[in-house]
Structure formats: C-alpha cells, structure tokens
Design a protein around this ligand. Structure first.
Ligand code: NI
Length: 145
C-alpha cells in the first residue's frame, strides 16, 4: 500500500529541483523525494538515538610511507575489533593506499571510532557514512567479541 501526497512548489524551486534531478540522473520525482525523505530520517535518527545500532562505511586515503601510520592504524582498529566487520585495502599507486572499513555497532561508538581514524595525521579524504539499523535488526551482541 502506497501513501500518496501532493507537494506544491513555487516555480523557481520546482525548476531548481528538476535541474537537480536531471544532474543526478533521476528518472522520476517520486524516487528523488523518497531519497530525500530517507536522508532526512536517517540524519534525524542518528541525532535522536545515537545509542542505536548502525552499519558504517569509513573510507580514507593515506601514504603508506608516512612514518608509523600503517602500524598506528592497525593498532587503532584492533582496539575496536568489536566494531570492525571487514576492511578493504587497495594499493592505489606506489605511495598511496585507500581503505574502506565496514563497521557495525552503536552509532555513537562508530562515530567516535571514525573520528579517531580520520583525525590521525596523514589520513586524507576521510569520510564516514552511517546507516541506522531498524529496530529489531540483529546488531550488537550477535557477533563474538
Ligand atoms: Ni597499500
């Protein structure tokens, strides 16, 4: 069952919205509006319930010649092995590594971990994307620590 509603927009806002959808490759407005609503709900939920469970994708780039950085990163990750599901490592070129860490746990802890990694000197383009898990989704405590 789908809930339908009508949205009224001023012409200028409607034109801007249409241009945005075209740039982003949306075929229809409904899908774009659904994505905007999901994004707003996700943001609000992470703010309102930071103790809830989430999955997180932490990505960053670094120079593996940077003194001690690889070792320190490994230590930081082992210290929170309970949050870590897996880490993907790509040797981008002779100097640069790209890593993507898949995390799962309490949203506030995933955020704190991501910030610790991204704040390390030498870590570049760090970004953390968190997706809150619906209530009842197996989360913490279902994986061995
Ligand atoms: Ni590498």
């Amino acid at each position: 069952m789908t809930d339908r509603f009508t949205v009224s927009l001023e012409p200028a806002l409607a034109a801007e919205f249409s241009a945005l959808l075209a740039r982003k490759g949306y075929d229809n407005r409904s899908e774009a509006v659904r994505d905007l609503i999901r994004e707003a709900l996700t943001r609000e939920r992470l703010e309102r319930a930071p103790e809830g469970d989430c999955v997180g994708v932490l990505s960053y780039l670094y120079d593996h010649h940077e003194r001690e950085l690889s070792k320190r990163l490994t230590e930081v990750q082992h210290a929170r092995h309970d949050l870590s599901v897996t880490t993907l490592h790509m040797h981008l070129d002779h100097d640069t590594c790209v890593e993507a860490a898949l995390l799962r746990g309490q949203a506030s802890e995933v955020l704190a971990f991501g910030e610790t990694v991204m704040a390390r000197p030498g870590i570049q383009h760090g970004r953390l994307h968190r997706i809150p898990l619906p209530d009842g989704t197996p989360g913490r405590g279902t994986r061995s620590k």
